[in-house]
Design a protein around this ligand. Sequence first.
Ligand SMILES: CC(C)(COP(=O)(O)OP(=O)(O)OC[C@H]1O[C@@H](n2cnc3c(N)ncnc32)[C@H](O)[C@@H]1OP(=O)(O)O)[C@@H](O)C(=O)NCCC(=O)NCCS
Length: 150
Amino acid sequence: MKGLIIRELQDEDIEVLSRIEAASFSMPWSAEDFAALLQHDYCMYLVAEVDKAVAGCCGMTISCNEGSIDNVVVAEEFRGRGIAGELLRELIARGNARGVEAYTLEVRVGNGAAIHVYEKLGFISEGIRPGFYEKPVEDAMIMWRRKDGF
Ligand SMILES: CC(C)(COP(=O)(O)OP(=O)(O)OC[C@H]1O[C@@H](n2cnc3c(N)ncnc32)[C@H](O)[C@@H]1OP(=O)(O)O)[C@@H](O)C(=O)NCCC(=O)NCCS
């Protein structure tokens, strides 16, 4: 996509990312949650920038060659342009370079757009965690991407 840059999350992104979170999730991460991530080198967080505007982010915590992905979010006005896919592709490429061999995430079973993006990238459902989410209560689909399927 023209004008799209994927780069590491920086302090200056936190304010706008907190606003995107608040508009996108019923239990959003706060600015403090994001700030804490930057302290740990087992966390890898990326930001999508479109023509200098922060459009979304995604990230993961790395442990024992596994990447646990969270906070995949794109601001409403930027959705449907492939940005989430690009963010995740870059996250996986950078994870692979650091030796990550498998990636996992949870998603609301009713979140068709997110599930579609994850399946396109090779994630497969391996189970359901009943009632995992609150506000509203909903089951979580547990997805894994165990091999490089690009
Ligand atoms: C999920 C989300 C990150 C996707 O971001 P995005 O940049 O719009 O995603 P992309 O443009 O890469 O892809 C969206 C795909 O979903 C498809 N889609 C949209 N709504 C859909 C639905 N209800 N059911 C199935 N597929 C759907 C689109 O057609 C598109 O597929 P395509 O590329 O094959 O045409 C974004 O909608 C978002 O931030 N949602 C709120 C936060 C959220 O739910 N995050 C995920 C938490 S696990």
